[in-house]
Design a protein around this ligand. Structure first.
Ligand SMILES: *Cc1c(COP(=O)(O)O)cnc(C)c1O
Length: 213
């Protein structure tokens, strides 16, 4: 084991609060409890919350993440708001992010979403296409690929997700560049398993806030 490998293996795990449907007060409470990463699924909802929380975010050094399906016509708004866009699922989307980031002279951090279960209805790039797509995205001057994100197929039994998390970690190690920092996988029901298999970023909703309304 080299020093970098050891260091990477003991880096802390980032808990991103998945705040869809949660109120401003609930998000403030999470920040008061030490959460420093806030994840949003919808641009419109995020926009309202961001307007109200921006000062608190700046004061507490909170990072704002986009974790939902990003429509092309919402990219401009997303680039203006988010520190990390986790759900980049095509070259075309990355190219639009690059274009919008270029206009405001930003380098936008992103994660590339992998459809690890190869589910037809699900977002994300399939394994066979991942390497080539990453190669193309990495050429974009205003986009920085900071790692990978995945949501394994839904299951009642979290242990069933382990094989997907393990496979994601392998893919992450294979594709990783010196810019990679995050392997974002695991949610309330399976985050412990995800961490055991190498996640260093988990996205938690119900665990932090209770059942969604
Ligand atoms: C809602 C959501 C989560 C969190 O889900 P929980 O099961 O409530 O923890 C994580 N990731 C994404 C992309 C989400 O939309």
């Amino acid at each position: 084991m080299d020093a970098k490998k050891i260091r990477d293996s003991i880096l802390p795990v980032v808990a991103v609060a998945a705040t869809k449907t949660r109120s401003i007060e609930e998000i403030q409470e999470a920040i008061a409890d030490g959460i420093r990463d806030i994840g949003e699924n919808r641009i419109q909802e995020a926009d309202v919350k961001y307007a109200q929380l921006r000062a608190l975010f700046a004061e507490k050094n909170v990072k704002f993440h986009f974790i939902g399906k990003l429509q092309k016509n919402k990219v401009k708004k997303a680039v203006s708001m988010f520190d990390l866009i986790q759900s980049v699922d095509s070259f075309e989307l990355a190219a639009e992010i690059d274009r919008q980031a270029g206009i405001i002279k930003k380098k936008q951090d992103i994660l590339v979403e992998v459809n690890i279960g190869e589910e037809p209805q699900k977002a994300g790039i399939i394994k066979d296409k991942l390497h080539k797509t990453l190669e193309s995205i990495k050429q974009l001057p205003h986009v920085m690929v900071k790692g990978l994100m995945a949501i394994p197929p839904y299951t009642e039994n979290p242990e069933a997700s382990r094989q997907y998390f393990r496979e994601m970690k392998k893919i992450y190690e294979r594709e990783k560049t010196p810019d990679f920092e995050f392997l974002s996988m695991g949610m309330s029901s399976d985050y412990k398993i995800a961490i055991e298999e190498g996640a260093n970023m988990v996205r938690l909703g119900t665990l932090l806030f209770g059942k969604r309304r």
